[in-house]
Design a protein around this ligand. Structure first.
Ligand code: ACO
Ligand code: ZN
Length: 224
């Protein structure tokens, strides 16, 4: 009986279960027509959005062996602003944020561009006056803190606002490039370029409404 079932299944498809696209990172079922179509659409759009042609005027704020970080300001050329907007839309779709235009007159966008001309990271910063500190969780030594638990924990904030200078309204790194320090480099670059001639301390920056990934990154980053 078991052998029969296997025969039927084996005769069907080559791929079972989810596969992960090595280019766009999407996990989908290759044996499902709808899933495959959705992947094709996402794949195409992602490649278009992260493609970087290179600009005549680029404000490079940091350089690395594998790429560079550009800063885009509201007064920059239309093509630069359009690209920043396109990347933000991609990020917002991934974060499930409502699409909408940021009050764009004061925001700065930082893009991490690789040597092979792909935008693999984005940070959007805006001036703020105050922020609420995320409070440390009460320790519960009997529970082993697995990352799954960590991700589902709600966090508490202080009720007293503290002065701050720069709010990070979005931070995103392309899924296949995470845990390579790119987000840290983006925040470093922002801290040394947001205000001309001075470097912001970690107390002067704040992450707005962080996702679980964002919070894990932020609490690690701000510790250093
Ligand atoms: N889980 C646990 N620790 C993490 C995680 C994570 N998912 N991400 C970062 N860290 C910690 C680690 O300690 C890491 O150091 P390690 O890799 O040596 O252990 C350290 O932070 C530095 O991480 P980076 O490599 O600099 O971070 P990365 O480039 O991977 O980007 C980011 C982090 C931007 C949060 C990425 O995971 C991402 O794009 N996620 C999806 C989008 C998202 O949720 N963005 C945050 C939204 S909140 C906001 O925009 C204000
Ligand atoms: Zn793909």
């Amino acid at each position: 009986k078991v052998a029969d079932d296997q025969l039927i299944i084996d005769a069907g498809q080559k791929h079972f279960g989810p596969v992960s696209c090595s280019t766009c990172g999407m996990i989908y079922s290759a044996s499902n027509v709808e899933d495959e179509a959705q992947h094709a659409q996402y794949h195409q759009r992602l490649l278009e959005s992260i493609h970087f042609v290179g600009w005549k005027k680029e404000r490079v704020v940091a350089e690395f062996w594998d790429g560079k970080i550009l800063m885009i300001c509201p007064e920059d050329a239309k093509y630069a602003l359009r690209k920043a907007e396109e990347v933000r839309e991609l990020v917002d779709a991934e974060l499930g944020f409502q699409q909408g235009i940021l009050s764009s007159s004061r925001i700065r966008t930082y893009l991490y561009v690789t040597n092979d001309k792909k935008i693999v990271g984005c940070l959007i910063a805006e001036p703020i006056k105050q922020a609420f500190r995320v409070l440390a969780e009460p320790s519960s030594p009997e529970i082993v803190s697995t990352s799954a638990l960590e991700r589902h924990r709600a966090w508490r904030c202080s009720s007293e606002p503290q002065p701050a200078i720069c709010g990070i309204s979005r931070i995103w790194v392309f899924s296949l490039m995470r845990r390579k320090n790119l987000a840290s480099r983006l925040v470093d670059a922002m801290r040394s370029s947001f205000i001309y001639g001075s470097r912001l301390t970690t107390d002067e920056i704040a992450f707005s409404d962080p996702t679980p990934d964002g919070k894990l990154f932020a609490s690690n980053y701000c510790r250093v």
